[in-house]
Design a protein around this ligand. Sequence first.
Ligand SMILES: Cc1cc2nc3c(=O)[nH]c(=O)nc-3n(C[C@H](O)[C@H](O)[C@H](O)COP(=O)(O)OP(=O)(O)OC[C@H]3O[C@@H](n4cnc5c(N)ncnc54)[C@H](O)[C@@H]3O)c2cc1C
Length: 431
Amino acid sequence: MNDLARLRARLDGDLVTPDHPEYDTVRRPADPLYQDARPALVIRCRSETDVALGIEHARRTGTTVVPRGGGHCFAGRSSTSGIVLDLAALDGIAVSGSCAVIGAGARLAEVYTALHAHGRTIPAGCGATVGIAGLALGGGIGLLGRVHGLTADRLTGARVVLADGRTVDCDAEREPDLFWALRGAGGGQFGVVVSLTFDTVPEPVATRFELRWRRPPVADLLAAWQDWAPDLPDAVTADLTAGEEAVLFGASLLGEAPTRELLQGFCDSIGVMPETDVRGGMAYHRLKRSFEALDSAPSEGILRSRSMFFAQAARPDTIKALAADLAAAPRRRCHLTAMGGAYNRVPEAATAFAHRGERFLLQLAASAGDPWLDRTWEAAYAESSQRVYPNFPDPQLREWESAYHGPNLARLQAVKRAYDPDRCFDFPQSV
Ligand SMILES: Cc1cc2nc3c(=O)[nH]c(=O)nc-3n(C[C@H](O)[C@H](O)[C@H](O)COP(=O)(O)OP(=O)(O)OC[C@H]3O[C@@H](n4cnc5c(N)ncnc54)[C@H](O)[C@@H]3O)c2cc1C
């Protein structure tokens, strides 16, 4: 029996090689930028033993190995020419009281639905098919974050298969350095997480709002938003997407009438009234689902994006540069995400996520070949905090160590040396 046949015989899941009829489906990650990925092997893991066997096979044969959750990594890090550990089948969700144990293959839509059945939720992102593991390991920013912090801030433990094949449980007491590193440095660096334990929060009833300017005064909107949204009460998250149209959208826990009042104040300051859709009394999982279309990438063509944090408002010239050619091509977008609130009440060194003093996150997106993206990013980055969200990895980023990890870099490097001394889990820009 050859190596591969021996591996196949020991797996609970199955092994997909290029001659397998489903290879063409399973080889691809979700992100269309990386549709050409052709791994030598995809292991559809059904147990943590499968994960350990995959790692062991990779090490023995000198092959690269990467875990894949939702497959959305902007830098294609859940693809390789070596071995992909596809964790999609490890998607069990068990809830007991406020504690939820979630398999690393679960996607956000499944997580919200399962937690809703228990009247619970977690602060997390919007993309329905985004993987809970990829999201939480890099931080996790979402519409409840200004109240409850990052997804990673609600993580109380994780079960991890390490490079040496051991499986460990980590939390504040057991393997505390590993647990620290898993909260916000970005996935795929310290081991393969097979399940995550969260301290959930009660599912709120919220007010949903979506305000749309068909012909937006973009520079005025960006300028007004950056002075307004990050200073709103924590109970309100109002994010802005601008392109040919502009949409201000989000969730408020304040009730409908006070939310309408806040939004009216913002619109008055712009002077151009949007189409307004404000709905109170919405269960949070429904509110999340209602934003799926807004949050998902367009189905046609390939998009690229780059981002940065701002700790202070951008200067008027920078705003003008951002707005200047935004509407000149159809797929150019500028997304602004409000930070502050509970995100910034956690000390920078308490978890691996180093971005605790930021006001907002700016993300630019455009067609893959559009030079506007890099030109506009360069101009804005010079004035930003020069920090980048680890869940929005940017292969072109210079000085990425400080941008992703700030002062937490040295401790992360020490954890990497301790848990993965031979760099079994490796990619450009890994710690
Ligand atoms: C449509 C869309 C909407 C989004 N919305 C938000 C949002 O609202 N808020 C937000 O914060 N982010 C958001 N993101 C970004 C998202 O958080 C990242 O893309 C995230 O890394 C995706 O995780 P994944 O599991 O889907 O991707 P994958 O590509 O599978 O994984 C991402 C990285 O984590 C590693 N990894 C995956 N699983 C494991 C594991 N079990 N153990 C160890 N490492 C692992 C991978 O190897 C890879 O390096 C969005 C992305 C998209 C495409």
